[in-house]
Design a protein around this ligand. Structure first.
Ligand SMILES: Cc1cc2nc3c(=O)[nH]c(=O)nc-3n(C[C@H](O)[C@H](O)[C@H](O)COP(=O)(O)OP(=O)(O)OC[C@H]3O[C@@H](n4cnc5c(N)ncnc54)[C@H](O)[C@@H]3O)c2cc1C
Length: 357
């Protein structure tokens, strides 16, 4: 039995601690804030399938705020709608989820040290850095830096959505360079508005544009945060007798298309807890299991963010002509694009190309 020091009490940290405990280790977790779940920097939108993969750690059903059936994606003026009858995703109370995960880690035996900001002193030779996108564990041990980030602004606003179970995404290189704008309804009268732009762009102009577009006249006070858009080239090492593993946003295990990091980060953190003494094994396992999907998200993100608005709009029209919206309504997967590459996609494309011709 080894002692594992987890730095950070977000979802990745608590899941890593639970997983380490279930693998027979002891765990101590440091969280700089006085409690888990604060401050809240997340839209709380998760795919139903993704949440199911975290069921060994959390029962998400207690935290559902709003079921989501689809999305209206605006390709620089061209609307593309993906809709299902049953919910495909849920807006959840993210703070509530973080609190439940931390309470579970504690109940299973983790010692949680709230209010402890870790700088250079560690409680064990086995360290899991789950301390978010600005990871001080990564900096302390000299991990390669993350090279791409989105700067975001978001706020909850009084808003009556046309369909409160559909989210909206706005893609435009001119208005939201390198990322996108979003409206995520929480209920009939409130929605989270958000924008992101890839650094070094600044998000203020994108934010003002989104508010103008949606005719929001009372200016809300948005909160800013940063999202990693690419994993580090290395996320684990053995150094000076320490086994150091990074998990979650600290490792950059995030979907570059949307910035969603809870599902992949949580799953990778479970592997980090299990392999806390084997950095190489951890690196190999998470990259084998989740690497291909994260690479595909990056490829889609690169494709979209390198297009001019005219090209994006025409791309939107072309995929509508090919009825890709109906294919995605039936076979889409929010987290794992590799699962969408089935023989049915080829059959669908051939059928529709023949239809167009
Ligand atoms: C605007 C916005 C919207 C988002 N929406 C979604 C979404 O809808 N769905 C989704 O899946 N993801 C979303 N994300 C991303 C998601 O929030 C992150 O991927 C997720 O929080 C990462 O979890 P984590 O545990 O790795 O890191 P974090 O949640 O950042 O947790 C890290 C913890 O470590 C603590 N910490 C940091 N440094 C130290 C230190 N030195 N010592 C002790 N404690 C420390 C922090 O206080 C924090 O509690 C969004 C992000 C943003 C910015």
């Amino acid at each position: 039995m080894a002692l594992v020091h987890v730095v950070g009490g977000g979802p990745a940290g608590s899941i890593a601690a639970i997983s380490a405990l279930r693998s027979g280790h002891e765990a101590v977790l440091s969280e700089e804030h006085p409690e888990a779940g604060l401050p809240r920097n997340c839209s709380g939108l998760f795919s139903k399938d993704g949440l199911a993969t975290l069921s060994p750690f959390i029962d998400y059903r207690k935290h559902v705020v709003n079921p989501i059936r689809g999305a209206r994606i605006n390709f620089a003026g061209t609307d593309f709608i993906v809709r299902r009858k049953a919910p495909v995703a849920f807006v959840c109370d993210r703070a509530g989820m973080d609190k439940e995960l931390a309470a579970k880690a504690e109940a299973e035996g983790a010692k949680i040290r709230y209010g402890e900001r870790v700088r250079a002193t560690f409680h064990s030779k086995n360290i899991i850095g789950a301390d978010g996108p600005l990871s001080s564990v990564a900096r302390h041990f000299g991990f390669p830096p993350m090279t791409r980030h989105a700067a975001t602004l978001q706020a909850q606003i009084k808003y009556k959505a046309e369909d409160p179970h559909m989210i909206e995404m706005f893609l435009s290189g001119e208005r939201f360079p390198g990322f996108f704008g979003w409206v995520i309804p929480h209920d009939e009268t409130t929605a989270e508005f958000g924008v992101g732009v890839e650094l070094p762009n600044r998000p203020a102009a994108a934010w003002n544009h989104l508010l103008r577009m949606k005719r929001i006249t009372v200016p809300p006070n948005p909160k800013g945060f940063v999202i990693p858009l690419k994993p580090r080239s290395r996320t684990s090492m053995r150094k000076s007798g320490f086994n150091v593993l990074l998990a979650g946003d600290a490792a950059g295990q995030v979907k570059s298309t949307t910035g969603g990091g809870v599902i992949f980060g949580g799953n990778c953190a479970a592997l980090a807890g299990r392999h806390a003494q084997s950095p190489a094994r951890y690196e190999f396992e998470w990259r084998t299991r989740f690497g291909p999907d994260l690479v595909m998200h990056r490829a889609i993100h690169r494709f979209i963010s390198s297009r001019s608005d005219a090209a994006l709009s025409s791309f939107g029209r072309r995929i509508k002509k090919l009825n890709i919206d109906s294919y995605l309504s039936d076979h889409g997967h929010m987290d794992r694009p590799t699962k969408m590459l089935r023989p049915q996609l080829l059959a669908h494309m051939l059928k529709n190309i023949a239809g167009i011709a």
